[in-house]
Write a protein that binds this ligand. Structure first.
Ligand SMILES: NC(=O)c1ccc[n+]([C@@H]2O[C@H](COP(=O)([O-])OP(=O)(O)OC[C@H]3O[C@@H](n4cnc5c(N)ncnc54)[C@H](O)[C@@H]3O)[C@@H](O)[C@H]2O)c1
Length: 395
């Protein structure tokens, strides 16, 4: 059988000391079935070309993402990019994503999907009109344990979900780091580049998506505090949202960038009528299930394989899924790789004219990305109106 040609990926952003482009390029190359082929790395065309020259392996450099996307139109189909990944600051998500969709190119875009909800609406409409795969890079739903947690909730082991506490705590913006010119802090604390919420958009959106992915529930109404603890910062760095869930339950979605001692402390506690599930990304291989009157059970992937029957029938696809045999540690890079791997499956099926389903069960899709913006919008509105209950526009 002929071996698969690697998918050709175009990267928008990634030059000049960029942060998240590097994990993406590792994830793209993780399985040997995808490669970074073309890059538009910087807003300055000259720097973009210099950075492309200095990329650690040969790539086709472009002066801008406009040029990269435009160039695809003149290429024979087999030479065109198979998808693009957008790893620019939030205010440069909508334009390249929309233009790629218009040119018929699938997209993985970083979170939060856009600056404004109206832009997310346009991306949803365009992706549907063109019938093109679109992913939003909510990394942490790519952990095997996120998939396992989703399975546990769906299996009914916890009963009806009453309460979810989903939080992402960090401490790196506890001082005014942006005043030093630090790149990632500078744009994240500027509402024009980051969006209406700082901590909420940057990491509260992860906490929300973790809740949505694991429970399958939406947050329908919010009462929010979008607070700024560091004087003089024009955007929230501490975000606390009390919410109503689509099944009538309640939730707390929290994000903080001023919490000394926390690094990337994303965690979720799901409490049902029969039991509780706990997971933290800083110990990402472990899921703890607590049932009343029984000792807590902490499952590492290896214990799930040796299921004693307590978990019911764990589906084979879930057991087959880990990238390495149980007992070897999986972490952040594996989660990112899983996102690209699942997206690759959809892109290959889409290209072959076969059935594909970007249904949100393996990675966050464009609708999930839009929900992030709808949630942020509602939270910011609630905060401005004395934390009054505000409906989330579910689309
Ligand atoms: N999913 C995650 O876990 C995760 C983690 C970190 C960041 N992010 C998201 O990734 C995005 C980038 O964040 P970062 O921290 O890597 O930012 P960064 O500042 O480190 O990198 C941004 C990159 O975009 C480039 N860029 C800016 N404007 C451009 C343009 N017009 N054309 C081409 N390139 C351009 C910059 O040159 C730089 O290379 C943000 O949306 C952020 O929210 C996601």
């Amino acid at each position: 059988m002929a071996s698969k040609q690697p998918l050709k990926v175009g990267m928008v952003g990634g030059g000049g000391g960029a942060f998240i482009a590097n994990p993406h390029q590792k994830a793209i190359h993780f399985d040997g079935t995808r490669k970074v082929h073309s890059v538009a790395l910087h807003p300055d065309p000259k720097v973009a070309m210099e950075e492309a020259e200095n990329w650690p392996y040969p790539v086709k450099g472009y002066e801008s993402y406009d040029q990269m996307i435009e160039a695809q139109k003149d290429l024979p189909e087999e030479e065109r990019l198979d998808y693009i990944v957008v790893v620019t600051p939030n205010f440069v998500h909508f334009d390249p994503s929309y233009k790629a969709l218009e040119a018929g190119i699938p997209v993985i875009c970083e979170k939060p999907l856009t600056l404004k909800l109206e832009e997310s609406d346009k991306l949803v409409a365009k992706a549907k009109e063109k019938n093109i795969p679109f992913a939003v890079a909510y990394t942490y739903v790519g952990h095997w344990t996120s998939w396992f947690s989703r399975f546990i909730v769906q299996s009914g082991l916890l009963g009806e979900i009453r309460w979810v506490d989903s939080s992402y705590m960090q401490g790196w913006l506890a001082d005014k780091l942006e005043d030093t010119g630090q790149q990632q802090a500078s744009w994240r604390t500027d509402p024009k580049q980051a969006g209406a919420s700082g901590a909420g958009g940057d990491i509260g959106s992860h906490a929300l998506e973790q809740l949505r992915f694991v429970t399958g529930l939406d947050v329908t109404e919010v009462s929010a505090h979008c607070e700024c603890m560091v004087p003089g910062r024009p955007i929230d760095d501490h975000f606390t949202v009390y919410g109503k869930l689509s099944n009538g339950g309640r939730c707390l979605v929290r994000a903080s960038q001023i919490s000394h001692g926390s690094k990337n402390d994303l965690g979720i506690v799901v409490i049902g009528t029969k039991g509780t599930l706990k997971w933290r990304q800083e110990d990402a291989e472990a899921v703890t299930i607590c049932l009343p009157g029984q000792p807590d059970r902490t499952y590492y992937r290896a214990c799930v394989e040796a299921n004693d029957g307590f978990l019911g029938d764990v589906p084979q696809w879930l057991l087959d899924e880990p990238t390495i045999p149980f007992g070897h540690v999986e972490a952040f890079h594996d989660a990112y790789a899983r996102l690209h791997r699942e997206f690759e499956k959809d892109v290959r099926a889409w290209k072959a004219g076969e059935e594909w389903s970007s249904d949100g069960s393996r990675y966050a899709n464009v609708d999930d990305g839009r929900m992030g913006l709808a949630f942020i919008d509602a939270a910011v509105t609630s905060h401005k109106n004395n934390n009054e209950w505000t409906k989330v526009d579910l689309g």
